[in-house]
Design a protein around this ligand. Structure first.
Ligand SMILES: [Zn+2]
Length: 281
């Protein structure tokens, strides 16, 4: 199923399912509050998905977010209860798009659960780009931080996910702040969660769709103060999230929430109500 917004043809991308620690997802929010909405298992883990978007805009194909991908060790995949790691390519196949037909790839940041699908193992066990023809748009600040993260952030990055992008084939284009990377395709540098976190905003006339990344992970995160413990600049997250949600509600933007396993695409309505878009379920 697809949604046509003006010139934009939008398809849901679900690049796998996994589980994350509830405390990581909800930071300072007391468990008695979040577990009513997102029940935890015996290990305090909650269900998550890796959600993004496949868009056709003026004959170009854009993939936003790539999920965990297929490179996790068996042990690590078990730890995070990874399911459907091939969801990235399966989602594309359902839309009838081959990996070499993708023109642009935008990940909101380079954490392992967003950038893992950028690369995969080739038949010799080396690394190859998943989308060999595509331009990849990444904030320069994110790239630099991912190569040299602080000790608290180091476990969030896996260099095999992204360093092959810079191996001489000019697959990557570094951005410094907000940019329109092709007509109607905007990235907004929001930082906060990581230094170079960006939100993708696709615009056509008065209509828009935003892929939020970890600025808004799941439906409970639509409340501005409900943020992740992994955010490196929590106050910036609050400020940027309040701005995004205010715009999204006022202008009726379609929102794609990065880790929501149930009904991840929808509209924010008055009073903070979530109205899922059933055609992108
Ligand atoms: Zn993240």
């Amino acid at each position: 199923m697809a949604v046509q917004l003006g010139d934009l043809e939008l398809h849901l991308l679900v690049a796998g399912h996994w589980k994350a620690d509830g405390g990581l997802m909800f930071g300072v929010v007391p468990k008695v509050l979040w577990e009513k909405q997102k029940p935890a298992d015996g290990n305090n883990m909650i269900d998550c998905a890796c959600v993004g978007l496949i868009a056709r805009v003026n004959g170009r194909v854009i993939v936003c977010e790539t999920g965990i991908g297929t490179k996790l060790s068996e042990k690590r995949a078990r730890q995070v209860a990874l399911r459907e790691p091939e969801g990235l390519l399966h989602s594309l196949r359902r839309v009838g798009i081959r990996p070499d037909e993708v023109d642009a790839v935008i990940t909101t940041h380079l954490h392992w659960d967003h950038a893992g699908g950028l690369t995969r193992r080739d038949s010799q066990g080396g690394l190859e780009l998943t989308f060999k023809r595509a331009r990849h748009f990444i904030q320069r600040t994110e790239w630099d931080f991912a190569l040299h993260p602080d000790v608290r952030s180091a476990s969030g990055y896996v260099s095999d996910d992204f360093t092959p992008l810079a191996d001489g084939n000019k697959a990557v284009e570094f951005l410094s702040g907000d940019a329109e990377v092709m007509p109607g395709v905007h990235v907004r540098h929001v930082g906060g969660h990581t230094p170079g976190s960006q939100v993708l905003v696709l615009r056509t006339g008065e209509l828009a769709c935003a892929v939020t990344g970890d600025l808004v992970c799941q439906t409970p995160h639509l409340r501005v103060p409900w943020t992740m413990s992994a955010d490196i600049e929590p106050l910036r997250v609050l400020e940027q999230k309040a701005r995004l949600l205010e715009e999204a509600e006022r202008h009726r933007w379609l929102l794609v929430l990065s880790h929501e396993p149930d009904q991840p695409v929808g509209y924010l309505e008055e009073g903070g109500r979530w109205r899922p878009e059933p055609r992108l379920a």
